[in-house]
Design a protein around this ligand. Structure first.
Ligand SMILES: [Zn+2]
Length: 256
């Protein structure tokens, strides 16, 4: 990674006229992502999807034993196609932090020190230099049995951004690394994956929840992800989904 990233060493440097994040006060990236595609489309203020197929009627909360914390690359936050945000819509205990290389989030650091939680960084075990930190789902069960809340820390961004977050966040260096093992192929239709085996962020959460025993939460999130995926894709071709899909009907039934 160090070779391929040498040219972007100052990518996180802050220019003086940069906007600030109203929540964290951190510098904020330019919002060019909004203009990239569909900036003329009317979006719902509740779900940020095109109004034609709004997601709001299908928002359902679920309970899970494990929690998901997202460490999101700043360029990912403002993309309407981001699926990390779907996790928080379903699981209210989800925490979202913006990743800045030079300024770790203080609240995240405090939570990592909190003994109530057993955090795992979700990352592939394909590099030799951290094999001693790699664990399996058995470690998640052990954490549960010792009364701690398992936490899946997802690095939310492109694969390249996720690697950068993993490599350049010293506060993650002591945490166990949990690789997701799954046969699932991505169903995400809004961006072209490099490989069908590359799951989007919501899909990673779904599989972890399912494998970790939070099966009903996984099922709700899976339906919600599918509705997001279908709705967004349909709106891109100005098509209104009608009648509701099976996933839409299941979620709507949970709300009544
Ligand atoms: Zn909406």
């Amino acid at each position: 990674m160090s070779v391929s990233e040498s040219g972007t060493h100052n990518a996180d440097a802050v220019s003086p006229n940069v906007e600030r994040d109203p929540v964290t006060g951190h510098p904020r990236p330019p919002r060019r992502e909004f203009k990239a595609r569909g900036s003329f489309v009317r979006r719902c203020e509740g779900c940020n999807l095109p109004e034609l197929n709004c997601l709001c009627p299908y928002q359902v909360k679920a309970e899970s034993h494990a929690q998901v914390w997202l460490l999101t690359h700043p360029l990912e936050h403002y993309k309407p196609t981001n699926t990390g945000r779907l996790i928080g819509d379903v699981l209210s205990q989800t925490q979202v932090f913006t990743w800045y290389r030079t300024a770790p989030d203080e609240q995240l650091l405090a939570l990592l020190d909190d003994p109530r939680y057993a955090p795992f960084v979700i990352f592939p075990d394909d590099q030799p230099d951290y094999t001693d930190r790699v664990v399996s789902l058995a470690a998640v069960s052990d954490a549960k049995q010792s009364g701690r809340i398992p936490v899946y820390i997802l690095l939310d961004g492109t694969w390249r951004q996720a690697r950068r977050i993993f490599r350049k966040s010293p506060y993650l260096d002591e945490l166990p690394v949990l690789p997701l093992r799954t046969e699932r192929e991505t169903r995400y239709r809004l961006r072209k994956p490099a490989s069908r085996a590359h799951l989007c962020t919501a899909e990673v959460a779904i599989e972890l929840l399912r494998q970790g025993g939070d099966t009903s939460a996984a099922a709700v999130l899976d339906d919600y992800f599918e509705v997001f995926n279908d709705s967004y894709a349909a709106s891109r071709s100005y098509h209104k989904i009608d009648p509701p899909t099976a996933a839409m009907q299941r979620l709507a039934a949970c709300r009544t």
